[in-house]
Design a protein around this ligand. Structure first.
Ligand SMILES: [Zn+2]
Length: 334
């Protein structure tokens, strides 16, 4: 666009220099009007829409839905602030799809870019061989170089991380569903959604949550001595990777005849199983997904892990977000 205006100015100046202004000026004027007018019209239509009785009536009808959305947005930020999204501290290549391998070399170009990230958290500077091996067997190398041990403490740590991530993912997804449903029931004109989506939400009173799930990222990085060649393997601890890590750790622990095999593993599969077992119904207040399609349900330890509760099917229950929030607030005050 700046090029376009520069072009217009050059043409005008040239035309004025050769005295063709009486042709050029009207043409320029028409072009400018054609460019600016649609935006102006859209702006007026937008203001009229947001002031229309139809919009205001729909907005009023949705007030309680919007209020609940905003409460869940606040709850989402509580989850984000309250949990730890970092860890405390496969033998066959079958997990290699969990890692991404990048060649970040920039030959003869911006050498300063490939400076090793020494000291940055979760970056392991290593040989090219290790970067390649980590790409083939990310979990093995993650455990080896980032000191995740096959013991019950580290396994519980990984499970807690997975649980926190799943809970936040769940809440963020719930917000998105609610926003989509609010939009669908108001049915704004297409141009509103295209050009004024955020303004639309703020007119209705929907507080858009800026929260994204902070997946921990682990990186194996090789930077050549000259700095002009670099390769890296990145392992992102999303739910799939965490579940695979939980599985790998538990196998190793079971292999060394420990007691960890006696309990269930906190994975996406188990969380889904508990919700299904409880018929997607809150065990405290009996509200169900069938009664409320956008209900945010969570899987909760009856006796919290911090109080010595174990991850067993008996000690897990489905709670709605309200009951779970009240329960955890009580535990914090006790
Ligand atoms: Zn409930």
């Amino acid at each position: 666009m700046p090029y376009f205006w520069a072009f217009v100015i050059v043409i005008v100046v040239l035309a004025l220099m050769v005295n063709y202004w009486y042709i050029v000026l009207p043409v320029v004027l028409i072009v400018v009007v054609a460019l600016v007018l649609p935006g102006l019209i859209r702006h007026v239509r937008k203001n009229r829409y947001f002031a229309s009785e139809e919009f205001l009536a729909k907005k009023a009808a949705l007030a309680s839905v919007v209020a609940e959305h905003n409460e869940i947005a606040a709850y989402t930020s509580e989850i984000r602030g309250g949990a730890k999204f970092q860890l405390g501290s496969s033998q066959t290549g079958s997990h290699s799809h969990l890692a991404s391998f990048e060649n970040t070399s920039a030959h003869k170009y911006r050498r300063d870019r490939n400076v090793a990230e020494y000291g940055a958290s979760n970056v392991h500077n290593c040989s090219l061989q290790v970067v390649r091996n980590a790409s083939a067997e990310p979990l093995k190398y993650l455990m080896k170089y980032f000191d995740i041990k096959a013991n019950e403490t580290d396994l519980a740590d990984v499970e807690n991380l997975g649980d926190a991530i799943a809970r936040l993912e769940n809440a963020v997804r719930n917000l998105q569903q609610r926003e989509a449903s609010i939009t669908a029931s108001i049915e704004p004109p297409a141009f509103i959604l295209r050009y004024y989506a955020d303004e639309f939400m703020s007119h209705i009173g929907v507080e858009l949550s800026p929260i994204v799930v902070p997946y921990p990222v682990y990186r194996f990085e090789y930077v050549s001595a000259g700095g002009n060649s670099s390769q890296r393997t990145t392992v992102t601890l999303d739910t799939e990777t965490i579940d695979a890590l939980v599985d790998t750790l538990s196998r190793k622990i079971r292999f060394s005849k420990s007691a960890a095999g006696q309990r269930a593993l906190m994975t996406a599969k188990l969380r889904a199983f508990i919700k299904k077992r409880d018929d997607h119904t809150c065990r405290y207040c009996s509200i169900s997904l069938a009664a409320e399609p956008h209900l945010l349900l969570e899987v909760d330890h009856v006796i919290p892990v911090s109080k010595g509760g174990l991850t067993t099917q008996d000690n897990l229950q489905t709670l709605c977000w309200r009951c779970n929030r009240t329960k955890s607030n009580k535990i914090i005050t006790i």
